[in-house]
Design a binder for this molecule. Structure first.
Ligand code: IMP
Ligand code: MG
Length: 191
């Protein structure tokens, strides 16, 4: 852990403005379609989901899932395991998956596969941040807050070793921390 506060990548004001934009767009796209089920991926999406959901002007409800990564030795294998499922039924509902960050896209690809077999009326994805340079899974993002560089980011729900989630802005950790943090994150419950 670096001793100093992370360098700011996205300010609190910029996040707030972008969340407002996303909420406006989503409210417009789903207007008149009935209730939208927002599915948050724990733990990282909890702050984004809280802010986004309160700005939507359409009827919605909220549920959560939690995942962990399988590991081979000290390297993440890309395989993902469900550790907490939704409580509500997905069949026939309009579902919006809400993620804090998309890196390789493996987590999202797993979630999409799992939810699609439950026959939702529709399934779309909203990610606050994505590292477009690192995407390797075949996933389509419908709503994206920020395209960010390949650095380890923290704050606004995003963590390093389950710390720094509650920073109001999104910051980057020093370069030397990044590779170690990738392994640390993969070794633990994600989100
Ligand atoms: P994936 O590689 O797209 O499957 O991303 C897996 C998970 O890694 C994300 O949902 C986050 O929990 C975590 N993650 C990836 N990059 C970062 C980061 O820069 N900061 C914090 N968490 C991250
Ligand atoms: Mg996540």
């Amino acid at each position: 852990m670096p001793g100093v506060a992370p360098e700011i990548l996205i300010t609190e004001q910029a996040i707030s403005a972008r969340v407002e934009d996303l909420a406006r767009q989503i409210s417009k796209d789903y207007a008149g379609m009935g209730e939208l089920l927002l599915v948050g991926v724990l733990r990282g999406a909890f702050i984004f989901l809280a802010d986004l959901s309160r700005r939507l002007t359409i009827p919605c409800c909220v549920d959560f899932m939690a995942l962990s990564h399988y590991e081979h030795g000290s390297t993440p294998s890309g395989a993902v395991r469900l550790i907490m499922d939704l409580r509500v039924e997905v069949a026939g509902k309009h579902v919006l998956l809400v993620e804090d960050i998309v890196d390789s896209g493996d987590t999202l690809a797993y979630l999409v596969r799992m939810l699609e077999v439950r026959r939702p009326a529709s399934l779309k994805i909203c990610a606050l941040t994505w590292k477009s340079d690192r995407l390797r899974s075949d996933v389509r993002l419908d709503y994206v807050g920020f395209d960010i560089p390949d650095r380890w980011v923290v704050g606004y729900g995003l963590d390093f070793d389950n710390k720094l989630r509650t920073l109001p802005y999104i910051g980057v950790l020093d370069e030397p921390e990044a590779p170690a943090s990738r392994v640390a994150a993969a070794a633990k419950v994600l989100g």
